[in-house]
Design a protein around this ligand. Sequence first.
Ligand SMILES: C[S@@+](CC[C@H](N)C(=O)[O-])C[C@H]1O[C@@H](n2cnc3c(N)ncnc32)[C@H](O)[C@@H]1O
Length: 218
Amino acid sequence: MFDTIAGRYDLMNRLMTFGQDQHWRQFVVAKADSQDNGWVLDLACGTGDIAALFCKSASQVRVVGADFSQNMLIEANKRFSDHQIYWQSCDANHLPYHDNVFSAVTFGYLLRNVDDSLHVLQEVRRVLKSGGRVVCLDTTPPEKNILYPFIRFYLRFIVPLLGRLVARDKAAYAYLTGSTMGFHEAEELAGLFRQAGFGKVGYQKFMFRTIGIHWGTK
Ligand SMILES: C[S@@+](CC[C@H](N)C(=O)[O-])C[C@H]1O[C@@H](n2cnc3c(N)ncnc32)[C@H](O)[C@@H]1O
């Protein structure tokens, strides 16, 4: 599915989020607080925006962008060929890295797509150095407040319609809606971070509380 939508992925992101998505990625990179000379991993890097922001954030930081979709990696490489980023193909469930390697690991919109979030968080913790930060950006199920009917309408009808018209793939964007509604509540996800062994866990919500950024420290 991700291979199919790679070409129109960025345009869809800008449209669906009213241009807000890059601000959240900047927040992710700031929270990761990566050090010069350290290695950082942006997992599920997609078309590479978070990895590229890392390059801008600290001149000496060494960045790996990893994803299991070949087409996403091809797009990322095309967009940021002038950046010093190591693009790698890998599955988040089985990271091909030694223990204690990275000073920060980030991922945008990954956990919603995996079968076992706790397992992926444990795998991420394994490859982080002691004191290293994990930062996770994802959608979060809408809260049952006055905005709920509007957000639900937007997710159920507008997002798949945009997917059909812009990405020419209604099913992929209907999947986004389904996986958002079925994903962990923010507090529950924070609990999984703690269960995986992270300390100093926190989170902040954005865009009518439908986007969550979680962080923690090894
Ligand atoms: C919605 S895109 C997000 C891309 C990027 N992080 C961003 O901020 O736009 C989700 C990405 O996760 C990748 N992905 C999903 N499951 C994965 C897994 N198990 N291992 C590695 N990448 C995965 C997909 O290939 C896709 O590129």
